[in-house]
Design a protein around this ligand. Structure first.
Ligand SMILES: O=c1[nH]c(=O)c2ncn([C@@H]3O[C@H](COP(=O)(O)OP(=O)(O)OP(=O)(O)O)[C@@H](O)[C@H]3O)c2[nH]1
Ligand SMILES: [Mg+2]
Length: 201
């Protein structure tokens, strides 16, 4: 089976790529399969810049084509925070529960209609000697007042999806994968897919 390397150490993301790409008959590898691979510092100011940093560093390391995902949550009432700092919002240990608690605390007293937010996903495709490409997509919703649901990862339990009437964490994986920022960004890579799969330079 053909392989694709996703340059992520986030188990939730890796699982979603696995789910999203099984219908393509592709084996998904993530950086969790390569424990010795280096960490890439996310020094960019945008999701796209960080996705490019991760993709290019890992394409260089593996000497093959890779896809990196940089994503996060932008909350209007918090002027776009946590944004590119979503993973580490409440500290370097990247604790989803602490991140959720911090967001809910900051939004205390903000009424539902002003709790608009969106998930962003930037995907960068990089390969040695090739120009890197980036696609981006978003998923709109509202931040709830309390977590609900067990599925997904990150901020999913507090992200209400209006068209489903549920939080992202209450959706089945199939439902999340129909509407998520990650699924929509991946769909934009469709035209490049043959090239991505024929990978090695
Ligand atoms: O509820 C969520 N549902 C999602 O679908 C989702 N996608 C992203 N996020 C949040 O944004 C951070 C990404 O930061 P990020 O792109 O730097 O990834 P990361 O540091 O976790 O792993 P890596 O890919 O960099 O190795 C993650 O940790 C999460 O907090 C999500 N939260
Ligand atoms: Mg990261």
């Amino acid at each position: 089976m053909k392989q694709v390397i996703i340059a992520t150490k986030n188990a939730g993301k890796a699982r979603e790529f696995q789910e999203l790409l099984t219908k393509k008959g592709v084996e998904v590898k993530s950086l969790l399969d390569f424990p010795n691979c280096p960490d890439v510092e996310e020094t960019g100011n945008t999701f796209a810049e960080n996705a490019i940093l991760k993709a290019e560093a890992m394409a260089h390391y593996f000497q093959t084509i890779v896809i990196a995902d940089d994503s996060g949550l932008a909350i209007d009432a918090l002027h776009g925070r946590p944004g590119v700092y979503s993973a580490r919002y409440a500290g370097e240990e990247k604790d989803d529960q602490k991140n959720i608690a911090k967001v809910l605390e900051e939004l205390k007293g903000v009424p539902f209609e002003k709790r608009t937010a969106r998930f962003h996903c930037a995907l960068a495709v990089a390969a040695p000697g090739r120009r890197t490409t980036v696609v981006e997509a978003t998923c709109e919703g509202y931040i709830t007042e309390a977590p609900k649901g067990e599925n997904g990862f990150g901020y999913d339990p507090i992200f209400f999806v209006p068209q489903k009437g549920k939080t992202m964490a209450e959706l089945s994986k199939e439902e999340k994968n129909q509407i998520s920022h990650r699924a929509k960004a991946l769909a934009k890579l469709e035209k490049q897919w043959d090239e991505i799969m024929n990978g090695k330079e």
